[in-house]
Structures are given as structure tokens and as C-alpha cells.
Design a protein. Sequence first.
Length: 355
Amino acid sequence: MMDKKKLITDISNLLKSGVEKKDFPGASYAVIYKDGTIYSDYVGYKQVVPTIEINKGNEIYDCASLTKVISTTTMIMKLIEGKKLSLDTKVQEIIPRFIHSNITIYHLLTHTSGLPADIKRASTLVDKDDVLNRIFNFELINEVGKKIVYSDIGFIILGLIIEKLTNKRLDVYASEVVFNPLKMDDTSYRPNKANCAPTEFRDDEIYKGLLKGLVHDEKSFALNGLSGHAGMFSTSNDLAKFILSFLRNDEIILKKETIDSLFIEREKDINKNGILLVRALGWQKKTKGSTSGDNTSYENTILHTGFTGCNIWIDKLAGIGFVLLSNAVHPKRENNGIGKYRNMIGNMIIPSEVN
């Protein structure tokens, strides 16, 4: 039987070593068990410039692309449950301005739309109109449904679809159907800046200064932080509540069959670097060297990462989930060295084939 207190000590010690090596300034994490047991801890520093501040445990982090799965994917699935749309709904039916007539919700969720990954020179984006003018004029880089290209653009469009169908701002609907029902009190798109761990020191024509309580991603920044691909801020304890909801199928936010559908492998591809890509709806599936470690179940595990240094995984068969939040891009994105710790932590939590 695993000594869970020793596990937390070991994870914290590993992360402390990363702080000492300056791979990231600090982090907060939680290990979640289906029985409701949650073990959490924090290490390191809230910030290292312009002054050094030690983490106290109440830090709110910019979750970057965890927004895609915690917030956007969940909201889309909620709308599907309510029959407001389906996986086969064509984007153009909801947003006539969208020029590609055969791209569906499914394609956006699985990153198989053929849309580009990103907007070039995103740090020059001025406002929402600037972003929309760019994304609505994109030509496809691949045939629809043929290749997996992880695309922020696709999830920006999903965010627009949510706002169009609900007639509500993205943050308002997210609070109504995800954050508030789970009592995720420190999760929002408009965080308490005082408790936020700052990210990068941005220095360009759009913004100069330390990003604190302001979204790190430049596209989301131009969208005033309200976007489907990034913009959510949270704590590890709040995201533990989300993970527990999935482990228990408690139907507080989604029906059991909907949650189960998110664990199904949907698309598989090999990218140009020979790396295997596997997608579920919104979420990633486990591959070699996964952030969930080597011993989690394939069929019953979903995961995701965030550019700022965050990662999350849920293994329903083992009844275990994990979330790590960090501002590893502080004070500059080149300092981010947190990636190599993720697989090691996963193997500490599930050290041998238990599934």
C-alpha cells in the first residue's frame, strides 16, 4: 500500500529541486483520489522579479491551455447535452462569417479542422477585431479531418460559438455551468490580481510590464482574456474539485455518459517529427513519455498541458487524478524547464502497472 504522505513529500522534494535549479520559480499541485482524499502542497516562489516573494499556498495561476479542457470543452459538451448543437454541427451554421463550410464542432475539438496552429506575430494583435479579422481569413493548411494540428485558432472559434449560442460572455457562462456548481471559488477569467503568480515580463508594442492577473497568451490578451483557448486562472485546490467530479461521475457539471465520452480515443496521427499524436474530444490521450507517467491506463486516462507550466491528468480506472500549476514562464518563457518533471511525478503517483 502506497504511503501517501511520503508520496507528497517526494513530489515536493522533486519540485523543490527544480526550483533550486531555476527550472521554474514555484508551483502548486494536488493528487486526487476517487474516495475524496486530496493531498496538496506548494513549493518555491510566487515571483522572482522585480522582488522575490515566497509562495504561501493561495496563489492563483494562469492556466493557459488548461482553459481548453476545464472550461471550453466542458461548456461545449454542456451545450451538446442541451441539444444546442452536436459534434456534427457545422461551424458556419452558427457563425456565417466562417468561410470553411465543412468544418464541424468535432473537427475543432479534435484539432483536425485543417486550420493553422497559431497567429503569426501574435504579440502585435491589438484587439478582438484584429484577432477575428485574422482568424476568419485563414486558409486551411490541411484537408479537413486528415491531420492533427494542435490549434489555438480552433478553440478561439469554439469560444465564439459558446458566446453566440448562450448570448452570454464566456466567463459568465463558465461560472454558471462549471465553476460555481463545483464551488471553484478562485477560478475565473478575472482573477484577484493580488493572489496571482505573475508570468512573463512582456515588452512589446502592445504591452510593457510584468503580466500579473493578465493572461499571458497574446491572442487571449487581445481578446481581453475572454477566449476559448486560454484565459482561465485557477488554483490546484479548485482544479482538484473538477478532477474529483470526473473521477466520481457525480453529474454535477456533466452526465456520466458525457464524461465517459471524453475518454474515448477519437483521432490518431504521426506528426512531421515522427511523434505520435492521439486526441480525445478536447483532451489528449496518453502516449510515450506522457505527463501522466508510464503506468496510467490508456483507455481510461485523459490529460492536457498549458504553456505557462501547468498540466493535468485523470485516470478513471485507477481512480486518481493530478494537477500541477506553475508560472514557469516567469520572468521569461526561455526559463521554462518544468516539462521534464511531469513524467517523473506521474511515475511517482502510479509507480507500477496497476491498471
